[in-house]
Each structure stands twice: as C-alpha cells, then as structure tokens.
Design a protein around this ligand. Structure first.
Ligand SMILES: C[S@@+](CC[C@H](N)C(=O)[O-])C[C@H]1O[C@@H](n2cnc3c(N)ncnc32)[C@H](O)[C@@H]1O
Length: 249
C-alpha cells in the first residue's frame, strides 16, 4: 500500500457478518447437503456463503444481489477464482424488489433492506420455493437495552430495531417456516468481527500516522470502537436461523 492509498475496505474480513470459521463451515455443509438447484443471496456483499455452497453443489445456479457495486465486484472475482463464474451471477439490485424464488435463500446481515428481522422474514418467505430453505442472520437483543445503553450505540438506534431471539423465531413460524436450526453467536465472534472490521483503519493508521487523513480516520475508528465496546457489546447478539418451508401438498 502506498502513502496515497486510504485504508482497505473489509480487507480483513472473510465474511461481512460475525461468524466463527467452524460455524461457517457447518453452514456450508448443511446448505450443500440439501443440494439446492437454485440459490439466492439477498444483501450478499461479496457472497462468501453463496460462493462456498455453489462450489460444493455441482450444477447449482446462484444469484447474489446487493446495492454495493464494489462488493459485487469482489464477489465476481471470488467466483472466477473458484471456477464457478459461469454459475454465479452478482447483480446490483434493491433487495426488497427481487421476486424470483429459489431452493435456498440466504439473507445475512441485510434485514434492514426490508425493515426489522421479522418483517424481513415475512418478505423473504415467498422467495423460498416449497421444500426449500431460508438461512437468515441478523441482530437480536440479548436483553432489552436500557436508554443509557441505546444512547451509547450507533446514533438513532432504538429498542424496536431488533427483536429478542424467541420473538424472531416465532415470527418465522407465524409466516409458515419451521426452525431447522437456531444458533446464536458467542461474544468472541462479535469481538473478532468488530476487530477485523476496524483493522482496515487501525493497520493503516499504524503505517500512516502523519497522513492528512489520519485525524479523520482515527476519529471514525474511535467512534466505532465506542459503539461496540461501550454500546452494543453484551447487549446485541446475532442469530442465524435455518428455516424450512414445507413441500407443496
Ligand atoms: C452486513 S452486510 C452482509 C453481507 C453478506 N450477507 C455477508 O454476510 O457477508 C449487509 C449487506 O447488505 C447490503 N444492502 C443493504 N441494503 C441493501 C438493499 N436495500 N438492497 C440490497 N443490498 C443491500 C449492503 O450493501 C451489504 O453488502
């Protein structure tokens, strides 16, 4: 990196969501085991899960949609590296506008494209073909946050932004999905994610302390660290639900 370069973007993250390697590997295994013919990832970013599952299921066709063109480009490069570019399409699109269903639908960390977690699951249900699966991941409160805790989080965070885990699962059941697996990450998975997210800035700052942009980048890193360590840490969890839709009668 030259002194003209700014910090990398998500350069230290394999996935843009908090997840341990062992949990991610299990998700890949379980998704591949049901051999989906079609896979859809809404808010895919660079679609690491989408790519890994497609790689494991010969003949599967996948579409990842996201509104961030730079992340989609990283996804295309990854698919080319894996030799699956002819079976994976990365499309710039608004998540809530997609209408083509798939056997396996993934939506991780992108519920806000639809609203709250329960609203996202209700909107995603019609995109899951009968007999198919939805792998959904998003924030859940570990406990109802106090006003003081909310004030230390990202500006504008409200108690209604995230559900409690049982309420999220109930919302899925209410729309007609069944929970095949419910998992909730460990604190270490959040800490790894936030550390690796901040590493873009921190590693750059270590190398460029005199750069004219350093003060602004340091302030952004400090603000983010405060939202994490003084705000959501221990209050906001992250759940992954593997949800099944029954076959057609
Ligand atoms: C936290 S990231 C998760 C990315 C990916 N699912 C993963 O787990 O690595 C959320 C993603 O949702 C995308 N996103 C946010 N709003 C969106 C929208 N309205 N339509 C499509 N993508 C959206 C962002 O660009 C970002 O890539």
């Amino acid at each position: 990196m030259t002194s003209h370069d700014g910090p990398s973007r998500y350069g230290h993250l394999d996935c843009n969501s908090p997840i341990a390697a062992w949990r991610f590997d299990r998700q890949v295994e379980e998704c591949a085991a049901v051999a989906p013919e079609t896979i859809l990832d809404i808010g895919c970013g660079w679609g690491e899960l989408l790519q890994r599952v497609t790689e494991r299921v010969p003949g599967a066709r996948a579409v990842g949609i996201d509104s961030d063109v730079e992340l989609l480009e990283r996804g295309r490069a990854g698919a080319a590296r894996r030799g699956i570019a002819d079976r994976v399409e990365f499309v710039e699109y608004q998540g809530s506008d997609w209408t083509e269903p798939a056997d396996l639908v993934i939506c991780i960390g992108a519920a806000h494209a639809f609203g709250t977690g329960p609203e996202a699951i209700a909107a995603l249900y019609p995109l899951v073909k009968p007999g198919g699966r939805l792998v959904f991941g998003d924030g859940v409160w570990e406990r109802v946050p106090t006003e003081a805790q909310l004030a230390a989080m990202w500006p504008g965070t409200g108690a209604g932004d995230f559900p409690l885990l049982p309420d999220l699962v109930d919302a899925a059941v209410e729309v007609g999905l069944r929970p095949l697996r419910v998992e909730s990450i460990e604190q270490s998975e959040w800490d790894d994610f936030e550390s690796e997210f901040l590493a873009d800035k921190e590693v750059w700052l270590q190398q460029h302390p005199g750069d004219p942009r350093a003060a602004e980048i340091r302030a952004a890193a400090d603000a983010h660290r405060a939202w994490w360590l003084r705000g959501h840490r221990g209050v906001l969890g992250f759940a992954y639900l593997t949800l099944g839709r029954a076959v057609a009668l």
